[in-house]
Design a protein around this ligand. Structure first.
Ligand SMILES: *Cc1c(COP(=O)(O)O)cnc(C)c1O
Length: 390
C-alpha cells in the first residue's frame, strides 16, 4: 500500500485520536527512515524519543529473533531469567534496587502513584502545570494540561498542581495528606522546558523536609536522552521513585518503576500486577538496548553531538530574530519561535527531515542517540533554508 491508501484506511477504521503527519512509515535503518511512497527521511524525532538505537539495529534484531524462538511470554505467575537479569542491570545503572515492570509510561506512573500512597498512607499527589504523565485517567489527571482531561470528568481526586519551576509554590502546596510530588526533570510534551538551575535540588529538599516522596518521571528524559544516563544525574538529585519507558526498549514497549528497598517493600503480594509487564521478550530487548548503549558509548554521543547541535541552534538564534529560545540537554533540544511552528515541521518533512512541534511554539529535536555530526549538519542546513524563506 502507498501513503494515501493507508491514510484512507486509517480514517475509516482507526479511532481518530491522533493528529498525524501525512506519511506512513515503512521501514528504517539507523537514523534513516522510508515512507510507503519510497521517500527517505533523516529522523530527528525517534518516534517520540523512543528509538534510541535507531531502526533495525542488528543487536536488537538479533535479540528479538533469538528470544522469539525461545520464549515470548510466560506471565508473572512464573519467574523468568530475562526478567531478573534486566532488574539486576537496572539496579546496577541506577541508585535504586527494586523494579516493577510495566508496558508503558502511563502504567509506570500509575504504579508509582499507587506505591507512594501505600508507602506513606497518604493520598494527595502534587504535580506541575504543563506536565505530561500519560493518558490513563489517573495519569491524565496528574498531567498539568487542561486540554487532555477536560472531556473526561469526573477525574480521580487527590491531585493538585503548581507551576513548574516554582519551588516556593510547591512548598506551600504540601499539606498533611501529601504523599508525593511527581514531576519530569525536563518537561517533554510541554515543550522541552528546562527548570531554573536549583529548582530540582530545592524540590528534593522540600520533599525530604516534609517526608513526602519525590517521583521523577524519566519516561522521556531517561536512557541517555539528556546526555547522562538519567536526568537525575544531570541535576544532582536522588528521587525516591523513578519511572521509565520510552527508550528502554528502543521501540519494543516496556516500562517500569524503580525504588529503593524500603519504599518498594510497601508493595505486598497482590498489591500490583500486569499480565504482560516484564515479559521475557521485552526484558531481553531492554537488556540489549542498555548493553549496546554502553558498548557504543551512546550516552557520550548524546552529550557531544547534542552540544554540537545546540551550538548550531544558538548560531541560528543569532541569525533569526523570530527564534525566542534554544534550550535542552544532550539530544533533547528545542527551538522556540515567536509564532506557531507546525509549518516548519511540514517544510522540514518535505525536505526529508522528521522533527516535531510541541508545547507553545517549540520545535522538539530528539533524534536516535546514534545520530552523527554529519547528519546533524544536513538537518541544520535544511532548517536554515526553511527559516531563511520567511
Ligand atoms: C510519553 C510520556 C509518558 C506516557 O508514556 P506512554 O508510554 O505513552 O504511556 C509519561 N510521562 C512522560 C514524561 C512522557 O514523555
Amino acid at each position: 500500500m502507498n501513503n494515501k491508501e493507508i491514510i484512507d484506511l486509517d480514517s475509516k477504521y482507526i479511532m481518530q485520536t491522533y493528529g498525524r503527519q501525512p506519511i506512513a512509515i515503512s521501514h528504517g535503518k539507523g537514523a534513516v527512515i522510508w515512507d510507503e511512497d519510497g521517500n527517505e527521511y533523516l529522523d530527528f524525532f525517534a518516534g517520540i524519543a523512543v528509538n534510541a538505537l535507531g531502526q533495525s539495529h542488528p543487536k536488537v534484531t538479533e535479540t528479538i529473533q533469538k528470544q522469539a524462538g525461545k520464549l515470548i511470554h510466560a506471565s508473572n505467575v512464573y519467574f523468568t531469567e530475562e526478567q531478573v537479569k534486566l532488574a539486576k542491570k537496572l539496579a546496577e545503572i541506577t541508585i535504586f534496587n527494586k523494579v516493577f515492570f510495566a508496558n508503558s509510561g502511563a502504567e509506570a506512573n500509575e504504579g508509582a502513584i499507587k506505591l507512594a500512597r501505600k508507602y506513606t498512607g497518604r493520598g494527595e499527589i502534587i504535580a506541575t502545570n504543563n506536565s505530561f504523565h500519560g493518558r490513563t485517567l489517573v495519569t491524565v489527571t496528574a498531567t498539568g494540561q487542561e486540554k487532555y482531561k477536560k472531556p473526561f470528568k469526573p477525574l480521580p481526586s487527590g491531585f493538585k498542581h503548581v507551576d513548574f519551576g516554582d519551588s516556593e509554590a510547591l512548598a506551600n502546596a504540601i499539606g498533611d495528606d501529601t504523599a508525593a510530588v511527581i514531576l519530569e526533570a525536563i518537561q517533554g510534551e510541554g515543550g522541552v522546558i528546562v527548570p531554573p538551575k536549583n529548582y530540582l535540588k530545592e524540590v528534593e529538599a522540600i520533599c525530604r523536609e516534609n517526608n513526602v516522596l519525590l517521583i521523577l518521571d524519566e519516561v522521556q528524559t531517561g536512557f541517555g536522552r539528556c546526555g547522562e544516563m538519567f536526568a537525575y544525574e544531570l541535576f544532582g538529585i536522588k528521587p525516591d521513585i523513578m519511572t521509565i519507558a520510552k527508550a528502554l526498549g528502543s521501540g519494543y514497549p516496556i516500562g517500569g518503576l524503580l525504588a529503593c528497598d524500603e519504599v518498594a517493600s510497601a508493595f505486598d503480594y497482590g498489591d500490583h500486577g500486569s499480565t504482560f509487564g516484564g515479559n521475557p521478550l521485552g526484558c531481553a530487548v531492554a537488556m540489549t538496548v542498555i548493553e549496546t548503549m554502553k558498548d557504543e558509548k551512546l550516552v557520550e554521543n548524546s552529550k557531544t553531538v547534542g552540544k554540537y547541535l545546540k551550538d548550531k541552534f544558538i548560531d541560528l538564534k543569532e541569525k533569526y530574530d523570530f527564534i525566542k529560545d534554544v534550550r535542552g540537554y544532550g539530544l533533547f533540544l528545542a527551538i522556540e519561535l515567536n509564532m506557531e511552528c507546525n509549518f516548519v515541521v511540514d517544510k522540514m518533512r518535505e525536505k526529508g527531515f522528521l522533527i516535531n512541534a510541541t508545547g507553545k511554539n517549540a520545535l522538539r529535536f530528539a533524534p536516535p542517540l546514534i545520530i552523527t555530526k554529519e547528519q546533524v549538519d544536513k538537518m541544520v542546513i535544511a532548517l536554515d533554508e526553511v527559516f531563511s524563506d520567511f
